[in-house]
Design a binder for this molecule. Sequence first.
Ligand SMILES: *Cc1c(COP(=O)(O)O)cnc(C)c1O
Length: 366
Amino acid sequence: MQVPLLDLKSQYATIKDEVLEKINEVLDTQRCIGGPMVEELEAAVAKACNCKYAVGVSSGTDALINSLMSLGIGEGDEVITTPFTFFATTGSIARVGAKPVFVDIDPVSYNINPALIEAAITKNTKAIMPVHLYGQMAEMDPIMQIAGQSSLAVIEDAAQAISAAYKGKKAGQMGTCGCFSFFPSKNLGGIGDGGMVVTNDEELYHQLFIMRNHGMEPKYYHKTIGGNFRLDPIQAAALLVKLPHLDNWSEGRRKNASYYNKKFKDTVVQTPVISEDCVSIYNQYVIRVPRRDEVVKHLQASNIGCDIYYPVPMHLQECFAHLGQGAGTCPEAEKAATEVMALPVYPELTDPMQDFVVETILGFLS
Ligand SMILES: *Cc1c(COP(=O)(O)O)cnc(C)c1O
């Protein structure tokens, strides 16, 4: 049996005709930049996230960069974030000229540990960038409280968590703004790159909106320097077809996660722990296992897709060595990086496929 980590073809087969029809609408009208398709998606995503405003952008990375630029964060500023994330989180902070300051994670949720944030705040701190890792939101109540006390912005990196919830609030709803990615492997994936920023702040929305198009307003007049962060209408078309299925697909992932949880109960495999406050969308189903690297090799040899998110925490990346946060400064992130691995959890996965994954892992470790 073959079990890929993700099977986008089986999902596409269920919506192919609709996607092609919607893309044809874009091609027939030749509105190939911006236009009604992008606006329709922005309205739909804003609504789904309980936010007033949404700005479609070219990727999740550009969602983060646009947010930082629109909040005026740059040279000399510090942004507090987690070291246990995809590179884009930290890369975006560095690319606007600001300094990423890493705060260790909670070893249970893998998200930033709010109890450690205050000690990392300096007079240069401008924002906190929590990441909702694997589809589970970070502890937003304490994060927002700390941010409020020190007048910091909160940029939610919700690239892996669109429509996830914390105490009944949606990802992107509580922070100053929230950033989504439509990279094909995310729960709401486009047919290429894409992203979105959501916010309830009208002034910030306006800034995000003009920043996405070179800071231009009105046409050919530039008060600020922005970029080309625009979302393609072809991506918007595909995403508009997929968005109504998002909750169902996420429910399918939760069902698969609970099936794994049952099968791994009372074994050496540590299954994900989702807080009672949270509804996870399981962008990844991540376990901790002994002899992790051997298990990964064994699964690959057994035609089972798996991956490690992430093998090297950001504070230990070569390009961030100059920041001076060396080994030992974020011990929980460093430990997790040696123990975690992600299993297939996509909604189309079948019970026999999951049984095969579980048997292969437990057989190897017994
Ligand atoms: C995917 C991802 C991003 C970047 O999104 P792109 O669309 O690939 O630019 C940023 N942060 C996290 C946590 C991600 O998983």
